[in-house]
Write a protein that binds this ligand. Structure first.
Ligand code: WQD
Length: 340
């Protein structure tokens, strides 16, 4: 039986990039994905981007019998749990689907992990959305957690608490929650990238689809915010930097060897960019002008969110190194090679 890192949701956007980074570092990887919000074509993309093959199992982690069988079939020596629904707006229409799909698999995984003989480092995919509209910028990990603005955000808050409480009791699942700011971009090989199914909710895939002529024009959701140019500010982090942070977190836990270890880390660049900044940067790297109109504010948007990054830098010995231009250029290259 080969030992390996279980990556749930490993055919998703951040999951696939993390799988490639793990394979590049000669980890063995086991992907579990139910393909409910991803495409099997990503598996071939991972193989061509890394030159290696992960093991792939397709099933729904809400199924406890199949989850238990997975731990009998493989010796899993680390878990990175990405699998979840992530559309903020959709979560307000289907809250129960979000609670069931984002919480049950997490509990099933932890119930199985705690029964394993060895240490199983557990990395939980969380989000800066837990901070809501922060009182202080940049946002550090001890920024108070706000009342969630959506059922999606609440599943991340609840998920973090479940991981924390399980780690407090069971000594063999040391764990870390990683709070992502805004992941963008694609692998430098352009073999994997963001694959929004349907109309993109997020800014950068909407920009690249507009530039590719798939969308008429971009609507900027409001330019009357109290920021330098009236548009919202976010911390856009290259997905490859984000993937490296998961490796750093896993290695930190493996080396620290502290049972019951639990901590949370913000993952961002530490720099804020406005929507218009992103549009102008994209026009610069793509050499194309981007058609956009100013529309109404989008419900639930916070004015500004960008990370205070010293905790991950100091403890995980990790920092984002790629520039916004590199991220946008990689997103554009990915969009161009996609045969829509
Ligand atoms: C960024 C900015 C929009 C689209 C969300 C989730 C977060 C995480 C990342 C899951 C905002 C503006 C966007 C468009 C626009 N998802 N925008 N026109 O909302 O910061 O974060 O996605 O983990 O949890 O909350 O990202 O890319 O949707 O928006 O003007 O067509 O771009 O108003 O200011 P967001 P986003």
């Amino acid at each position: 039986i080969s030992i390996m890192i279980l990556v749930t949701g490993g055919l998703g956007f951040i999951g696939a990039h993390t799988v490639v980074a793990l394979l590049d570092k000669n980890h063995k990887v086991l992907i579990v994905d139910d393909l409910s919000n991803s495409s099997i074509s990503v598996l071939a993309g991972i193989v061509s981007a890394s030159g290696k093959s992960p093991v792939f199992e397709q099933f729904d982690l809400k199924n406890m019998q199949k989850t238990e069988q997975l731990f009998r079939d493989y010796t899993i020596d680390g878990i990175i749990h990405f699998a979840a629904y992530k559309a903020v707006g959709e979560s307000t229409e289907k809250p129960l689907d979000y609670y069931e799909n984002n919480i049950t698999p997490l509990i099933n995984l932890l119930l199985c992990a705690k029964e394993q003989p060895g240490q199983i480092p557990f990395i939980f995919s969380s989000s800066c959305t837990v901070y809501g509209e922060a009182n202080t910028l940049p946002i550090s990990e001890n920024e108070p957690i706000k009342m969630a603005m959506s059922p999606y955000g609440n599943t991340k808050q609840i998920g973090e608490e479940i991981v924390r409480d399980a780690t407090n009791v069971y000594a063999n699942i040391p764990s870390i929650s990683l709070r992502y700011f805004n992941p963008i971009g694609a692998h430098s090989s352009a073999k994997i990238g963001e694959l929004p199914l349907g109309v993109p909710q997020n800014l950068v895939p909407f920009i690249t689809q507009t530039a590719a002529g798939i969308r008429e024009s971009l609507t900027v959701f409001g330019n009357d915010y109290p920021t330098h140019d009236g548009t919202c500010i976010r911390d856009y982090i290259h997905v490859e930097d984000l993937a490296q942070a998961h490796i750093a977190a896993l290695e930190f836990i493996q080396q620290s060897n502290q049972p019951h270890f639990y901590d949370v880390f913000n993952l961002g660049t530490g720099k804020g960019q406005s929507v218009l900044d992103i549009i102008h940067a994209f026009e610069r790297v793509s050499g194309q002008s981007l058609p956009y109109v100013i529309g109404k504010r989008r419900k639930g948007d916070v004015v500004a969110a960008y990370a205070e990054t010293t905790k991950a830098e100091k403890m995980l010995d990790w920092k984002a190194t790629r520039t916004i231009d590199e991220a946008l250029y990689s997103a554009w290259k990915w969009e161009q090679q996609l045969k829509r």
